[in-house]
Design a protein around this ligand. Structure first.
Ligand code: SAM
Length: 265
C-alpha cells in the first residue's frame, strides 16, 4: 500500500490561539497534555504487553542498546539517574540490573496510572529504595537545578507539548558533566524498509491495539505521533540548541528508532 492510502492527512487547525499536533490532528496547545494523558491512562495496564506485540520484542533490544551506550557505573560510585517519561519503569529496571548498588533511579512521568504499574513491578522485582516514582511534567521537572548525573527519556519526548522546553529542563536538572540520552522512533534510513514499516504501523498496530485493549484509537495516535517527530539530524540540532555538547546519534533497526546522546559541560 502506498503512503497516501496508509497515512491519514492532517486535519484542520482550530481557530485562534497557539496550536500543536496530536498525531495528525491539529489541536489547541493547552489540549495536548490532556489528550496524551488519556492515551496512556487507557493503555497503562496493557502497555508492556503491547510493546512486545507491536515491536515483536524489538523494543527490548533498543532499550538494551540505550543502556549499553549509557554504561552506568558498576562499582561503588554514587550515581543519581533520572528516567523521564519513564512510565512502567522498563528503562529504570534495566539500569538497576546493570549498575552498582549506589545507583539510584528516579522514574518521573506525568501519568499516575503508568507510574502505578511501574511501582507494582518494582515491588515484584524487589528493587527497594534504589528506585522511586515521581509524578511530574518533563517540561517542568519537580527537581532542583543540577540534581542528576544522567537523564534518559525513551519513547517519551514526542509526546510532550513543547520539545524545546523539555530539552531545556533536561539541561537544567543535569549536573555539569551529566549525560543526556534519548531513545525515540525516528526516520527509517533504509530504502524499501520505510514502505514496509508504514504499511505495518498504519494497518497492523491500531488493529492489534483494538484486539488487546478494545480500542485502536490510542495506537493510531502513537503511530501518527511517530511520523510527526523530527528526523535524526533535526532533533540533534534541537539538542545542541538546548546547550548540550558532543551531540551524536545512532540509528537502531535502520532508523526505525534512534538514540541521541549529549553532555552538559
Ligand atoms: N519510557 C517508557 C518506555 O520506554 O517503555 C514509557 C514510554 S510511553 C510510550 C510514553 C510515556 O510518556 C507515558 O508514560 C506518558 O505518560 C509519558 N509522558 C507523556 N507526556 C509527558 C510529559 N509531558 N512529561 C512526562 N511524561 C510524559
Amino acid at each position: 500500500m502506498s503512503k497516501t492510502t496508509n497515512i491519514r492527512q492532517e486535519e484542520t487547525a482550530p481557530e485562534g490561539g497557539a496550536t500543536t499536533h496530536f498525531g495528525f490532528k491539529t489541536v489547541a496547545e493547552g489540549e495536548k497534555a490532556k489528550l496524551v494523558h488519556d492515551v496512556f491512562e487507557h493503555v497503562a495496564s496493557r502497555y508492556d504487553l503491547m510493546n512486545d506485540l507491536m515491536s515483536g520484542g524489538l523494543h527490548r533490544a533498543w532499550k538494551q542498546a540505550l543502556i549499553d551506550w549509557l554504561n552506568p557505573p558498576r562499582g561503588d560510585r554514587v550515581f543519581n539517574h533520572i528516567d523521564v517519561a519513564g512510565g512502567t519503569g522498563d528503562i529504570a529496571f534495566r539500569i538497576l540490573d546493570r549498575a552498582g548498588l549506589n545507583t539510584h533511579v528516579t522514574v518521573c512521568d506525568i501519568n499516575p496510572h503508568m507510574l502505578g504499574v511501574g511501582q507494582a513491578r518494582a515491588e515484584a522485582q524487589a528493587h527497594g529504595p534504589r528506585v522511586e516514582f515521581v509524578c511530574g511534567d518533563a517540561e517542568r521537572l519537580p527537581f532542583p537545578d543540577r540534581s542528576f548525573d544522567a537523564y534518559t527519556i525513551a519513547f517519551g519526548i514526542r509526546n510532550v507539548t513543547h520539545i524545546e522546553q523539555a530539552l531545556a529542563d533536561a539541561y537544567r536538572v543535569l549536573k555539569p558533566g551529566g549525560r543526556f540520552l534519548c531513545l525515540e522512533f525516528s526516520q527509517v534510513a533504509v530504502p524499501g524498509l520505510d514502505a514496509i514499516y508504514d504499511a505495518y504501523s498504519f494497518s497492523a498496530i491500531p488493529q492489534m491495539g483494538k484486539w488487546v485493549t478494545g480500542d485502536g484509537e490510542p495506537y493510531q495516535y502513537l503511530v501518527e505521533s511517530i511520523r510527526r517527530f523530527p528526523p535524526q539530524a533535526r532533533f540533534k540540532a534541537m539538542i545542541e540548541a538546548a546547550g548540550f555538547a558532543r551531540v551524536q546519534y545512532r540509528n537502531v533497526t535502520g532508523g526505525v528508532a534512534a538514540m541521541h546522546s549529549g553532555w552538559r559541560l
